[in-house]
Write a protein that binds this ligand. Structure first.
Ligand code: KG4
Ligand code: ZN
Length: 335
């Protein structure tokens, strides 16, 4: 049995976790920088790296303490490497390599996107599964990436489709800003507004839904939302007394209609790819995999097509160090 300390600094979360190769998560500590970046409406890389630098020693200490683990009881350190914000990545890498050197431990470099898929492996929902079956088709949806990946096994990963412009999470974040919804990230805020709205209120485009490849595009959808906002601003009744109530309904309908368009494209293309490639096991991973509507629609489509669907429990959807350590556990056996 191996015990790994995972360190995550790819974006705006400083994370450290201790995970065993039997999939026990002993600790998973996260210092979120959301409040720091919120006022800028997005991540400021220089601020993020400074925060990582300051937080890391405390977060790592806390993760070891919560795991009741002494540094010499560790077998390795796993560090999240690309993709991510370069200044943030380099702070994490310097810290992790220094720590590994001082403790005389191997340093395992973990790909951030591969780790999102490993988040499924440590999720209590799937803990009774010996391992996630292969071949597996993974819809990987995060703030920086939207990809369809074909995994013949956990080390043979082929990207068969990707976004040509904005990532799905990025589209959620940008549309939240366009709709004047304060806070960051935008995905959970859109999801909350959408739950009170009508997804058929606006007929937004479903970009590339019928294309013959497995690629995506979300930038045109964002522009369609922007156009509706401009139309709305030109309406006579918007500045009248009813405007606040009208605005509330309107924003909820916009959020629901936008979310529905994104979900429909993601689900349609995933099912089409699984069908064409003859894959029966589907995984959903990355920050956007927390989206309830996406889980619901993809879940239904998988059921209808007799595919099995796996996704991480909510606590492991967004960037976290437990998934980095979990991927480290998978890799260490193969080094
Ligand atoms: O994987 P992640 O934590 O970080 C990256 O690697 O980018 O993903 C963050 C993205 C953000 O764009 C955020 O808005 C989105 O995931 N997200 C969601 C939800 N929760 C997080 N998008 C839609 N619905 C959600 N519930
Ligand atoms: Zn991520």
């Amino acid at each position: 049995m191996t015990k790994i300390l995972g360190i995550e600094t790819t974006c705006d979360e400083t994370g450290a976790a201790v995970v065993n190769s039997d999939r026990t998560v002993h600790s998973n500590v996260l210092a979120s920088q959301v409040s720091l970046h919120e006022k800028y409406g997005g991540i400021v890389p220089e601020l993020a790296s400074r925060e990582h630098f300051e937080n890391l020693p405390f977060i790592v200490d806390e993760a070891l303490k919560q795991a009741n683990t002494k540094p010499h009881e560790l077998d390795a350190i796993a560090i999240a490497k690309e993709p991510g914000l370069p200044p943030a990545l380099s702070v994490g890498y310097s810290y992790a390599s220094g720590l590994a050197l001082s403790l005389n431990l191997p340093l395992i470099e973990v790909n951030h996107l591969e780790a999102h898929i490993s988040a499924i492996w440590i999720s209590p929902t799937h803990i009774n599964l010996k391992e996630i079956p292969h071949p597996l088709l993974c819809l990987l949806v995060s703030g920086g990436h939207t990809e369809l990946r074909l995994l013949s096994n956990s080390n043979n990963i082929k990207v068969i489709g990707r976004t040509r412009d904005d990532a799905a999470g990025e589209a959620f974040d940008k549309v939240a800003r366009i709709l004047g919804l304060s806070g960051y990230p935008g995905g959970p805020i859109i999801q909350k507004m959408a739950s009170g709205g009508d997804e058929a209120a606006f007929n937004f485009p479903r970009p590339m839904i019928d294309s013959s490849d497995f690629d995506f595009s979300f930038s045109g959808l964002k522009t369609a939302v922007l156009r509706e906002v401009e139309k709305y601003k030109g309406r006579d009744d918007v500045s009248a007394e009813v405007s606040n109530e009208l605005k509330d309904f309107w924003v909820k309908d916009m959020a629901a209609s936008f979310q529905e368009a994104v979900v429909e494209v993601l689900v349609d293309k995933t099912i089409k790819a699984a069908d064409e490639l003859g894959i029966e096991h589907i995984a959903l991973a990355g920050g956007v995999s927390a989206n309830q509507r996406l889980r619901e629609v993809l879940g239904r489509a998988c059921q209808e097509n007799e595919f099995t669907l796996y996704y991480p429990d909510l606590e492991y959807c967004n960037d976290n160090a437990a998934m980095i350590a979990a991927r480290g556990c998978e890799l260490i056996g193969k080094e």
